[in-house]
Design a binder for this molecule. Structure first.
Ligand code: ATP
Length: 595
């Protein structure tokens, strides 16, 4: 029964709940996959174990949940060719230990191939042609029985790993972005197996590889050469130390003479504390060598916060910085200044003038709400925009919901409290900033932070370009990009926040992370609800905790309204906050009635 349940879940996910209603299709809990011959399933002769699942060309548009399908531990053939399956090929595919044939040709699968496929030791045929897989091909050299590897027309990169070409009868990696030399195919394959990869070279391709580095010298000569280099290294090191000392001495004398500003010191300190990328060892957010050097402090604005009273820009830049995140919209550093831990966000890719950014930050700062993380300070120059917040050691909502350390704190009452406070805070910000056209722009569970009392605070408000910059938003917000009905206008930018808030509600209710985009989760929930399996949507831990299902359904309805494909049909945040608060009040009443 366990296997049957897992297979139904697999089908539910891969078909997005649109399971065929045809008689004899099967794939439901009331029949048996073997004796009732579910569509596409072949079992062993005793009709006890599922051996093959072949669902080619079945209009499947969901995601492939390998953990569920691999509960059928005898599975040997999984064939899902010519569908429209999205998402990734999950690591759990290696749970299908007996798998011999995996066919995924002609789908919309993307992202890296899981390294776990190298553990599928019984694999004979592996076909992933015509998808959008990227990243490196995992090492499959240990799969001795592999006879076919077809991966043409994907976006694979890196070098071709080791294969035993003498065993392979089919091999094709053409039309990817692979690089480096073609391995020795022992004459088994022609150039058509490798063509369409501009970075590949060598036989059987016409392009010749650049000469390899000269052969390593004879051991004795090499040893002599090595010791020569060691001595030379010492000499250079000595010279560098002497030069450094002279330079330091010179600097001290000059400082004494001219009483130089502490700014001069930043150049070295920042460079050593933050990853360097740009030439001349400028740090990622080093601004000292920019033309605006003299205006450095002027561009840094400390906002009235008890935290920031003593904060100086120089100290912040001088402090050791740890890179804790690098997203599409910038890098985030954790910095400790005089015992206070701060988070500095370096915003990238936003063409906003220094003055506009300054006005925007000041405007946002005036909107104070207990559930919005206050800006401690910001820096705005032509090239650089930085914002400073207090570090929240309890981390983000994302971490608590989805990381393996996910704590018990996240029972229903906490989730409801988080939903209510975030909705209220967002409603407050929307109301105050409507006329200034400043929505949040990037609402997601990593931007909901939990303060010392484990209360939710919205972080990074308004750090996204205004929606006038259509291309930026279109790239950055998948939910919007996928939401074809949305023309990106100023008017519905606030409704995009509502959509994203709806996705956060779905994360709270389902306990499932957003996969490639918020749209995936919305689509899945919508499909399950349409199929009248609403109960299936909810996080198992909520169900086992005995959470009141009616209130969960009420919150789910709010979420579904928020993620309506038509922005006009979505409620505004004030309405959302009102309903969530009434659900919360109901909950509190019922709890006090029981206690
Ligand atoms: N004030 C803060 N305190 C603690 N952690 C924070 C704070 N601000 C951000 N973080 C965490 O730092 C990490 C990186 O933040 P960042 O904003 O770059 O990530 P992101 O939201 O996933 O990406 P992006 O904003 O670029 O789309 C996230 O995990 C986020 O939860």
């Amino acid at each position: 029964l366990e296997v049957r349940r897992a297979l139904v879940k697999f089908m539910n996910k891969i078909s997005l709940g649109n399971i065929s209603k045809e008689v004899n299709f099967g794939w439901d809990l009331s029949s048996d996959p073997c004796t009732n011959k579910w569509e596409g399933i072949t079992c062993d002769s005793k009709k006890q174990h599922v051996k093959n699942i072949v669902l080619d060309q079945k209009n499947l548009t969901g995601i492939l949940d390998a953990a569920f399908v691999c509960e059928a531990t005898s599975l040997a053939v999984l064939s899902l060719n010519e569908n429209e399956i999205v998402g990734t090929l999950p690591q759990e595919i290696s749970n299908c230990r007996r798998l011999t044939h995996l066919y995924l040709r002609g789908n919309k699968l993307s992202s890296n191939l899981p390294s776990s496929i190298s553990r599928l030791s019984n694999l004979k045929r592996f076909v992933i042609s015509d998808n959008a897989f990227s990243g490196q091909i995992p090492d499959m050299s240990r799969i001795s029985g592999l006879i076919t590897f077809l991966a043409e027309r994907n976006q694979l990169t890196g070098q071709i790993p080791k294969f035993d070409f003498s065993n392979l009868v089919g091999f094709n990696v053409s039309y990817n972005n692979l690089t480096g030399p073609v391995p020795d195919v022992k004459g088994h394959f022609s150039s058509s197996s490798f063509s369409g990869n501009p970075g590949l070279c060598g036989v059987p391709l016409p392009s010749i590889c650049p000469p390899s580095p000269p052969p390593t010298p004879h051991p004795v000569a090499k040893k002599r050469k090595v010791s020569y280099f060691i001595y030379l290294g010492y000499a250079i090191l000595g010279l560098i130390i002497i030069l450094l000392l002279v330079w330091k001495l010179f600097k001290c004398i000059r400082k004494k003479k001219s009483g130089s500003s502490p700014m001069d010191q930043n150049k070295t300190i920042i460079s050593s504390s933050v990853v360097t990328k740009t030439p001349k060892n400028r740090s990622e957010y080093s601004i000292t060598s920019s033309p605006e050097n003299s205006m450095l402090s002027a561009s840094f604005e400390i906002l009235s916060s008890p935290l920031a009273n003593k904060l100086r820009f120089e100290d912040m830049l001088r402090a050791p910085a740890e890179l804790i995140g690098k997203g599409k919209h910038g890098s985030v550093y954790k910095v400790n200044v005089d015992g206070v831990t701060l988070v500095v966000k370096r915003i990238s890719g936003w063409n906003i003038s220094k003055d506009d950014f300054k006005k925007r930050m000041q405007r946002i700062h005036r909107m104070k709400h207990p559930h919005v993380l206050p800006l401690v300070a910001f820096y705005s120059s032509k090239q650089e925009k930085l914002t400073v917040y207090k570090y929240q050691q309890n981390g983000s909502l994302f971490k608590h919901l989805h990381s393996s350390q996910g704590s018990k704190v996240f029972e229903w009452a906490s989730r409801l409290a988080i939903a209510a406070s975030v909705a209220e805070a967002l409603a407050f910000m929307h109301e105050g900033l409507q006329n200034d056209d400043i929505p949040h722009g990037n609402m997601k569970s990593t931007n909901i932070l939990l303060n010392d009392d484990m209360e939710a605070c919205i972080g990074e408000y308004g750090l996204m370009p205004n929606n006038q910059d259509e291309s930026f938003i279109a790239q950055s917000d998948h939910s919007i990009r996928e939401d074809h009905s949305v023309a990106i206008t100023t008017r519905n930018a606030f409704k995009m926040d509502v959509y994203s808030f709806g996705v956060i509600l779905l994360e709270l209710l389902t306990g499932k992370p957003v996969q490639a985009s918020g749209y995936d989760l919305s689509r899945w929930v919508n499909s399950v609800v349409r199929a009248e399996w609403t109960g299936e949507v909810f996080d198992k831990s909520l169900i086992t905790d005995g959470t009141n299902e009616e209130r969960m359904i009420n919150l789910l309805h709010v979420a579904l309204k928020c993620i309506d494909t038509s922005p006009d049909a979505r409620p505004n945040m004030k309405e959302v906050a009102f309903i969530i608060n009434s659900i919360k009040e109901d909950e509190e009443k019922s709890v006090s009635a029981f206690s």
